[in-house]
Each structure stands twice: as C-alpha cells, then as structure tokens.
Write a new protein. Structure first.
Length: 127
C-alpha cells in the first residue's frame, strides 16, 4: 500500500516536470520560428494528385528517349557478342578420361551394395 502511494507521488512529480519541459520546448520553438505558440501552425501537405518537380517539354522527352535507346542498343550489342571460350587448364603429361555408361553403371551398383552393407550393420548395432 505504501509502495503504491510513493509511486503515485513520483509519477505526479514527473508529469509536472514533463509539462514544464514541454512548455519550455514550445517557447524555444516559437522564438526560433518567429511565431506565437498560441497560434497553431498548419502544415501544408501536397495532395496525391499534385505533380512535383520540373516538367519536361515533349522535345526534351523525345531527346531523353533517343539517348536511352542508344544506351540500350549498346548494351544489347555487348550482350550479343559471344564471350571468349574459357580455356581449360592443360596439365603436362595427362590425358582426359571419360567414363563410359557401363563404367557408370558398375560404380552405381557397387555404391548401392556398400550402402546396403552399412545400413545392415547399423541395424545390427541397434538390435
């Protein structure tokens, strides 16, 4: 009970301090802007339909369009050029070996057998 009363008194004191600080802030802002704080300031917000910025003439838009078409043409030409084929590193004294389909099949079967054995061993260890 006593604790609540102390907290209420502290809260009231802080609110009074805040009100004083808010008044000081308003007075300083009024001095800076040169307006009276009693008169509310209105903020002008442009509506969504208003156009901001500089308007361009049709000739300026055509010129900008032509410049952009030139830029796009250059980019397209650069992208269309075939890139130089990447050179494969060549090691001295080695030859490239390829796997035949039969060899791939053999390796696949051997791997499947090895996994079956591992799985069976794991099952046996659990039991």
């Amino acid at each position: 009970m006593e604790r609540n009363r102390i907290l209420q008194l502290a809260l009231e004191e802080l609110k009074q301090r805040k009100a004083g600080i808010d008044a000081d802030i308003e007075a300083i802002q009024a001095e800076l802007t040169g307006t009276d704080s009693a008169v509310p300031q209105t903020v002008v917000v442009p509506s969504a339909g208003t156009r901001r910025g500089r308007k361009r003439t049709p000739a300026e838009r055509r010129a900008q369009g032509q410049r952009m078409r030139e830029i796009w043409k250059k980019r397209k030409a650069a992208a269309a050029k075939p890139a130089a084929p990447a050179k494969e590193p060549v090691a001295v004294g080695t030859q490239v070996r390829t796997m035949t389909d039969a060899l791939k099949k053999t390796i696949s079967l051997k791997m499947k057998e090895a996994w079956k054995k591992r799985k069976a061993a794991a099952k046996k260890a659990q039991a």
